[in-house]
Write a new protein. Sequence first.
Length: 333
Amino acid sequence: MAVFNRNRLKFLPLAKRKNKITVKDIYQLDDDIPECKNPDLGILAGKIIRARENGKPVIWMMGAHPIRRGNSLFIIDLMKKGFITHIAANGACAIHDFELAFCGSTCEDVEENIRDGTFGNWTETAVFINKAASAAYQMSIGLGDGIGRAIEWASPMFLHPELSIFAAAYRLRIPATIHKGIGYDITDQHPLADYAALGWASGRDFLIFADSVSKLEGGVLLNIGTQVMGPEIYLKAFSMARNVADQKREKIRNFTTAVFDVVDLGDWKNEDCDWRKQKNYSDSGYYFRPKKTILIRTVKDGGESFYIRGDFRETIPNLYRHLAGWGDNNEKK
């Protein structure tokens, strides 16, 4: 069968691209932040604090929008303070993370650039990430670790290396896994994209993620702005973890999950009904994967879940304030 010849593509330097997001949009740790009145945010922060006091994991799953909404430094500082023990991300996270660190801007105008096919065809991003993926495969390490390692080693050539979540995870030796599908990301368009290497390295990351999930008893899992990747890899990893735990007559039941998103789920946790039992399968809200998988299915037999609705430029900074404030007070004691 005929296949598309990627060598025919024309790639342009990032310097020629107009971006919607620059370093000016990235929060500094002491910036003023909008108020978020959701009372569950403080309760969730308490769950995270208790989990870490007890040496339990806090897994931070995310799509790219938490980065695009300016939260990189908050996420990095939460890793430094020990609140996040695992970052699980999609491929777009790595792209935006790299571009912000490399040139201080990211997020092209898709509607504009798709008109002539310049969308996604940018040299530095594609070359760097695909070379990092190939190196990860050659070194038998995960994709996230490979990209973090590459950014850290090349940081003298970057304008803002302090903004890279993956480089920070590499330095801190915190698992940062990337869970991608072939064709999901603009870097897959480049001739250097070795799909076998990408698949192997991302597959290793899935097993690293599954290992973290296997330790979730007493811990916290956050799903932030990922409506497909997060719920799906978590569901499979969770089944694997429970399969092994059941053989050892152990349980993974008492843990906390939370979903951060902007979708209106209505009164999904009404005390007047048993929200853990889905009765109306014609309700389109049931098929919102984060609700079905993370808020309901996997916590039915012992866990607790929270839904934090709102703009990530509000919800994540306020979660950071709750946690960082506790950390500061604890250090003073």
